[in-house]
Design a binder for this molecule. Structure first.
Ligand SMILES: CC(C)(COP(=O)(O)OP(=O)(O)OC[C@H]1O[C@@H](n2cnc3c(N)ncnc32)[C@H](O)[C@@H]1OP(=O)(O)O)[C@@H](O)C(=O)NCCC(=O)NCCS
Length: 179
């Protein structure tokens, strides 16, 4: 378990499928995610099985739940590069009624703490669409800095949108934690 102040990050379970299917095809959630196409239960079951493969050194995916055990969504470190010591983080709070209550920021701080102080990573980065103001605000609060812009990188709802790359180094995370 990776403990945050308000959430717990735990291993994925096959039974998470029911909760995941409630949000995975919700357009309001999905427009913010890299995945674009409808996902079937079968496809998602396969994804969970792959994600549970602990022998994969490059990807680590987990579930986020409240301290009372309410499933909220997922978080993961991907493209882990053990030589350059960096990884891409992805997060989704699938239960919309839990948005804007601090759970996402808490989960992100918890996984950053784990990435830097347990996995010995040096840099964690992410991709976020420029229209996702909530996510950007949450990442800034964690200490992420804007590193670059991929212009017109994403086409959705009939328009091109920039993708923003944000990143945080271990020493920056330590400073934010000690503030
Ligand atoms: C992005 C996400 C993980 C954030 O988690 P969350 O629990 O909702 O966020 P938090 O409550 O911790 O923080 C949100 C912050 O954004 C602010 N915010 C909300 N809407 C905003 C907006 N339209 N513009 C600017 N700031 C906004 C909130 O006020 C809060 O900041 P504050 O704590 O300073 O008041 C979650 O909303 C989510 O999973 N969304 C759908 C999927 C997604 O976008 N994933 C990320 C893909 S990169």
């Amino acid at each position: 378990m990776i403990e945050g102040k308000r959430v717990r990050i735990r291993a994925l379970k096959k039974t998470d499928i029911d909760e995941i299917m409630k949000w995975i095809n919700d357009p309001e959630v999905k427009q913010n995610l890299l995945m674009r196409y409808p996902i079937s239960r079968n496809q998602e079951e396969k994804w969970i099985e792959n994600a549970m493969d602990e022998t994969d050194p490059r990807n680590k995916a987990f579930a986020i739940e409240t301290k009372d055990g309410v499933y909220l969504g997922g978080i993961g470190l991907h493209r882990i590069d053990w030589e350059d010591r960096n990884a891409e983080v992805g997060i989704v709070i699938g239960k919309k009624e839990y948005w804007n209550k601090g759970y996402g920021t808490d989960a992100m701080v918890a996984i950053l703490n784990f990435a830097f102080n347990q996995m010995n990573l040096h840099r964690v980065y992410l991709r976020v669409f420029e229209f996702n103001r909530r996510a950007i605000r949450s990442y800034q609060r964690c200490g992420f800095k804007k590193e670059g812009v991929l212009r017109d990188d994403r086409f959705s709802n009939g328009k091109y949108h920039d993708t923003i790359i944000m990143g945080i180094l271990k020493e920056e995370f330590d400073k934010v934690q000690n503030r």
